[in-house]
Design a protein around this ligand. Structure first.
Ligand SMILES: NC(=O)c1ccc[n+]([C@@H]2O[C@H](COP(=O)([O-])OP(=O)(O)OC[C@H]3O[C@@H](n4cnc5c(N)ncnc54)[C@H](O)[C@@H]3O)[C@@H](O)[C@H]2O)c1
Length: 284
């Protein structure tokens, strides 16, 4: 099965870029969001992004016109998923919200439509009971910024059919990504499972006064040639996203991660990272 028409649910940082990437590689892509101003912003962002590609001579005007014609936004879920082959869920990283969304989606989408989640940590098994046909459900996890980063994890849960994983994997290839096909689920999947170990130790070092966030970043950037240390990277991915996950863990297990209080304060003060101009570093 070939995915030719896609709906991306959630027009935030990830959703809009995933949809744009699909449109660039010839897939019809509709961004759906519950907040109308987000969709207005997505439309404006799409125009600016494509104009930038022409200005930098990366694409011709003719090419960007064709991409723009394949990229649209829609505030009605039923309309957004009309005739699509696949829906990529890109809403907030909260299990209850995602479960509600999959139930809502299942009521309006055909049983053969592939349902993928871009969740950073949640395996699709968590949503298998929310949909009629879980064989069509899997993870499709992009990295930020999705237009640039090549790595994508396709994760086949025990409920996922091989045809579903294959179609999603093929879509990644069509988008010139470098995907892996995990045939066994683990929270965070290969990439975030690996990096979570680094984050845990980075936060331990800061919480217990061994070094500062900047020094942790220096260690990883200059000692191990990481493009960005964990805190600089966190400014890119969003301090709020990390705190949401820390909070969920705390609520579920009673375990408070190192630096929990620092993250909470940063979120309260709007220091969310690059998107707000301030996070662990100042971008103004
Ligand atoms: N930010 C990252 O670095 C990153 C990387 C990989 C994966 N992810 C995952 O992608 C997902 C989205 O992350 P993001 O950073 O784009 O978040 P974001 O906060 O930028 O965007 C989320 C969007 O979802 C919308 N939304 C919320 N509830 C909705 C609903 N019921 N229906 C439709 N839209 C709804 C919000 O209005 C918002 O526009 C999360 O699951 C996150 O874990 C994020």
């Amino acid at each position: 099965m070939e995915i030719k028409k896609l709906c991306v649910a959630g027009g935030g940082r990830m959703g809009r870029q995933i949809a744009m990437c699909a449109a660039i590689y010839g897939v019809d892509a509709t961004v759906y969001d519950v907040i109308e101003p987000v969709l207005t912003d997505v439309e404006q962002w799409a125009d600016e992004y494509l104009a930038g590609r022409v200005a930098k001579a990366r694409m011709t005007q003719e090419q960007t016109d064709a991409v723009r014609a394949r990229f649209r936004t829609e505030k009605d879920l039923g309309e957004a998923v009309r005739d699509v082959d696949c829906v990529v869920e890109c809403i907030l990283e909260e299990e209850a919200l995602k479960r509600d969304f999959f139930k809502q989606l299942d009521a309006v989408v055909g049983e053969n439509v592939i349902l993928a989640t871009n969740s950073s940590f949640m395996v699709s098994s968590l949503f298998a009971d929310c949909v009629k046909n879980p064989a069509r459900l899997c993870n499709m996890h992009f990295y930020n910024p999705a237009l640039v980063m090549k790595f994508v994890e396709v994760v086949q849960g025990p409920h996922t059919s091989t045809e579903t994983a294959q179609a999603v994997y093929d879509l990644c290839l069509k988008m010139e990504k470098k995907p892996i096909w995990q045939k066994k689920e683990i929270p965070g999947f290969a990439g975030n499972y690996l990096i979570a170990g680094l984050y845990e130790r980075a936060r331990y070092l800061v919480e217990h006064g061994y070094c500062t966030c900047e020094e942790v970043d220096i260690a990883m950037e200059y000692g191990f040639s990481h493009k960005m240390g964990p805190f600089r990277l966190n400014d890119l991915t969003g301090v709020d996203l990390t705190f949401t996950m820390m909070k969920e863990k705390y609520e579920q297990t009673g375990i408070k991660d190192d630096m929990y209080d620092i993250y909470e304060k940063m979120v309260q003060e709007g220091r969310l990272g690059i998107k707000t101009g301030r996070g662990f570093y100042d971008y103004e």
